[in-house]
Write a protein that binds this ligand. Structure first.
Ligand SMILES: [Mn+2]
Length: 337
């Protein structure tokens, strides 16, 4: 099949969806709350519109988001996927919350086996760094989360949100705005959140499941991490580091979830930029940056080929811990007012 494609917007998507029955949904590696909530919500919306939709991911969904899963997602190599017949192949693929195709990781290499030839690619995202790949592009960097764009799709299709879908989409907004605290928190995402609560989302339950059920060990480790805090640039830049050996002491099974730790680096007086550096491999470090608003950290990580948003961004840097720290701190210094 060959869908003729207008290029921009949810109307184009609606048109394309009219001629397909089987839809594949993919998102970025290490899926965060926005990725998980948005793909699950989108799957539910498409199913409500009478389509068959499946989510395929490179990585597992973190345990704190698993309460959002109404039906399992698929992974590359799942028997169900390797046994697809010609008639089962997906007719369109929707990338969600991925600033470029490569962000979906190993799923990308398998797409050709899952899709009919010429299947259009849809790009739904809110990263300013999105490279506008795909045949149908629904990219709006003004939105705080991808889930708000998924809500637009629901509207376009005339699908009414169930409380389950509302929970998924609410979790996405909640996490991508840092619980409505990051500078991307605006009237649009708050209105979207209100609409989701009206549709049955339960904000308190969602927040409790995501933020208030971390293992005690996490907080014991956090105590050590807080003591690694160093300040630079007259106390306007905060750096926290997480050595791999320390993590291994507390979580020898590798189940450590470091999401959200970076937020502690911007919770002190006078801080403009917070940096959290963790080792991910031999001589490989992952840095997460947060801004309180005066500095655009997505511009800072560009120097290291990273990506993200104005107030939250990340990158990978090679070297020793000291070298990595120094390079990033120096780069931050160039952008501080
Ligand atoms: Mn997002």
């Amino acid at each position: 099949m060959n869908v003729m494609l207008p290029t921009e917007g949810s109307e184009a998507l609606k048109e394309a969806l009219e001629s397909v029955d089987r839809i594949l949904i993919v998102t970025h590696v290490s899926p965060d709350g926005d990725a998980v909530g948005s793909v699950l919500g989108l799957r539910g919306i498409l199913e409500a519109a009478g389509k068959r939709a499946e989510v395929v991911m490179a990585d597992d969904i973190a345990s704190k988001y698993q309460f959002l899963i109404d039906r399992p997602v698929l992974h590359v190599g799942d028997p169900l996927l390797s046994s697809l017949t010609e008639e089962d192949l997906f007719q369109i693929v929707i990338f969600v919350d991925a600033s470029e195709r490569e962000r979906v990781g190993s799923v990308l290499d398998h797409l050709h086996m899952l899709l009919v030839e010429g299947a259009p690619e849809v790009n739904i995202d809110h990263h300013i760094s999105n490279n506008r790949f795909g045949d149908i592009v629904i990219v709006d960097p003004e939105r705080a989360s991808s889930s708000e764009l998924v809500m637009r799709v629901a509207q376009e299709l005339g699908v009414e949100l169930t409380s389950g879908i509302a929970d998924q989409l609410f979790a996405a907004i909640l996490t991508d705005t840092g619980r409505f605290q990051y500078i991307n928190t605006d009237e649009h995402c708050l209105r979207a959140a209100a609409a989701l609560v009206e549709a049955g989302a339960d904000p308190s339950r969602i927040a409790q499941r995501i933020y208030l059920e971390r293992p005690v060990l996490f907080y014991q480790l956090l105590g050590h991490l807080l003591s690694t805090i160093e300040l630079y640039h007259d106390g306007r830049t905060c750096v926290m580091t997480m050595p791999r050996e320390l993590v291994a002491n507390f979580f020898p099974d590798g189940s450590m979830d470091s999401e959200g730790i970076v937020d502690f680096t911007v919770q002190m007086e006078n801080i403009e930029v917070g940096i959290f550096i963790r080792q991910t491999g031999e001589g490989v470090y992952r840095a997460s940056l947060r801004s309180r608003g005066t500095v655009d950290v997505q511009r800072i990580v560009e120097a290291f080929s990273g990506g993200g948003h104005e107030s939250a961004a990340g990158c990978e840097v090679l070297g020793s811990q000291e070298e990595v720290k120094e390079r990033i701190v120096t780069e931050v210094g160039k952008w501080l007012p």
